[in-house]
Design a binder for this molecule. Structure first.
Ligand code: DHB
Ligand code: FE
Length: 255
C-alpha cells in the first residue's frame, strides 16, 4: 500500500465523480469518452493529451516552491546528446529568418557565481520542426549545449524560431478543435540549465508581440518568460539572467 498513490488517486476519482454528477453526464456520453480515450492510447497520444492540459499545472506547483528563475514545460523534444556549441547554433544554409542573439548570465539564488554550468538550448527549425525527432533532421541543427564562462555569462547566436503546431491530425487536435480551441504554441526557445549541486532549471522563453503568446494551446506562458521586443544591429536580442537554486537533497543535508 502506497499512501501517496492512494491520496492522489482518491482525489482524482472524487474530482471526476463530482464533474460527472454536476454535468449530469449520460451513459452514452460516458461510453463516447471511453472510446475517445482508447483512440488516444492507440494513436500514442496519451502523453500529448495529458501534457496539453496538465503539464503547466505541475510546472506551476514547482514554480511556487522555487526561489530561482521561473520554470516552464519541457515539451517532448529535449535531446541529451545535443552537441557542445561555442557561440552559434547550427542553422540551415537556406534559413533567412531574423538573427537572434541570446545573451545572459547564470547565478545562484544568493547571487554567487556557479561553476561548471551548462545550458541546453533548443528550438524549432524555420518550418516548425525539431531536429532529432522530425524528418530525420540531424540533432546538431537548432540545438546545442553551451558552457557558461567563469564570469557567469553566456552568449549564443541562432535565428528566430516560429510558432509551433502540436500534432493536430489525431484525437488531441480533434478535441481541441471540438472545444473551439487550436493547437498552436507561440514561438519559443527552450533552456535547461544544469550545474553540479544545483537543481536543474528547465524553462522556455517567448517573444513579446509574437503570435499565440497570449493564447498558447499548452498554457505554458508566464509573463516573466516573455522577452521584450529588443533589436540591436538587425538582430533580435534576448537577455536572460538565470537564477538557480541549490539541490534540495543538499539543502536537507545542511539543515
Ligand atoms: C509540445 C511541443 C513543444 O515544442 C513544446 O515546447 C511543448 C509541447 C507538444 O507537442 O506537446
Ligand atoms: Fe517546444
Amino acid at each position: 500500500m502506497n499512501k501517496r498513490v492512494k491520496d492522489v488517486v482518491e482525489a482524482i476519482v472524487g474530482a471526476v465523480q463530482r464533474v460527472l454528477d454536476e454535468k449530469e453526464v449520460s451513459e452514452s456520453e460516458y461510453r463516447n469518452a471511453l472510446h475517445y480515450l482508447m483512440k488516444v492510447a492507440e494513436t500514442g497520444e496519451t502523453a500529448l493529451l495529458c501534457d496539453v492540459f496538465f503539464n503547466s499545472t505541475v510546472v506551476a506547483t514547482k514554480a511556487r516552491t522555487s526561489g530561482g528563475s521561473t520554470p516552464a514545460i519541457e515539451g517532448p523534444y529535449y535531446r541529451d546528446d545535443a552537441p557542445l556549441v561555442d557561440d552559434r547554433l547550427k542553422t540551415y544554409a537556406t534559413d533567412d529568418h531574423k538573427p537572434l542573439l541570446i545573451n545572459g548570465t547564470v547565478k545562484a539564488v544568493d547571487g554567487t557565481l556557479v561553476e561548471n554550468v551548462t545550458i541546453d538550448v533548443w528550438h524549432s527549425t524555420p518550418d516548425g520542426k525539431y531536429s532529432g525527432f522530425h524528418d530525420d533532421i540531424p540533432t546538431d541543427f537548432y540545438r546545442g549545449k553551451l558552457r557558461v564562462g567563469k564570469e557567469g555569462s553566456f552568449r549564443v547566436r541562432t535565428t528566430m524560431p516560429v510558432p509551433y503546431q502540436i500534432p493536430d491530425q489525431g484525437p488531441t487536435g480533434a478535441l481541441l478543435e471540438t472545444m473551439g480551441g487550436h493547437s498552436w504554441r507561440p514561438a519559443h526557445v527552450h533552456f535547461k540549465v544544469k550545474a553540479p549541486g544545483y537543481e536543474t532549471l528547465t524553462t522556455q522563453y517567448y517573444f513579446e508581440g509574437g503570435d499565440w503568446v497570449t493564447d498558447d494551446c499548452c498554457n505554458g506562458v508566464d509573463s516573466s518568460l516573455i522577452a521584450p521586443d529588443l533589436v540591436e544591429e538587425g538582430s533580435r536580442v534576448m537577455n536572460i539572467d538565470f537564477v538557480i537554486e541549490p539541490a534540495r537533497e543538499q539543502m536537507g543535508a545542511q539543515a
